[in-house]
Design a protein around this ligand. Structure first.
Ligand code: ADP
Ligand code: MG
Length: 142
């Protein structure tokens, strides 16, 4: 599925709809360049899960956990990851195999340890369409 947005609010809304439909154990992998809107999408997804707490990229930790919504939400940002062993140390496997909803920003950096079953989200700019244009490609990997 390919969606196009032209504002941060629209991207937030795409995330929110997916958050409303998210199921226990679902894993979202987010890929896209710096500043493309991964965190905006994530904030929408958290909202859709019913989380009222402010969601920002975890700066000092790899994962931030939110328990205030319909399901637990595990937000990973692996941008600064050194190697995949760091993921094992934070208990990555337990999170993605757990009952919560996991979302990994910069998932392409840890491709080799991603679960096979996942919902891939790719966000891209296309400057020929304007500065605020984003193309969001959502793909279920069964
Ligand atoms: P990332 O997490 O991918 O590094 P952020 O979500 O932190 O990116 O930032 C995205 C930036 O792009 C924000 O400043 C946001 O206002 C801006 N922006 C402009 N247009 C869009 C859009 N259509 N969708 C999402 N963000 C947009
Ligand atoms: Mg981000």
């Amino acid at each position: 599925m390919v969606l196009e947005t032209r504002s941060p609010e629209e991207t937030f809304h795409v995330g929110m709809r997916l958050g409303q439909e998210a199921y226990a154990g679902q894993v979202f992998t987010l890929t896209g360049d710096l500043g493309v809107g991964k965190t905006v999408f994530t904030q929408g997804l958290a909202k859709g899960l019913g989380i009222e707490e402010a969601v920002n990229s975890p700066t000092f930790t790899i994962v931030q956990e939110y328990d205030g919504g319909r399901l637990p939400f595990y937000h990973f940002d692996v941008y600064r990851i050194g190697d995949v062993e760091e993921m094992e140390e934070v208990g990555f496997d337990d999170y993605v195999m757990g009952e919560g909803v996991s979302l990994i920003e910069w998932a392409n950096l840890i491709e080799e340890i991603l679960p096979e079953k996942r919902t891939e989200v790719l966000i891209e700019k296309d400057l020929s369409q304007g500065f605020d244009y984003r193309r969001i490609t959502i793909r279920e990997i069964p």
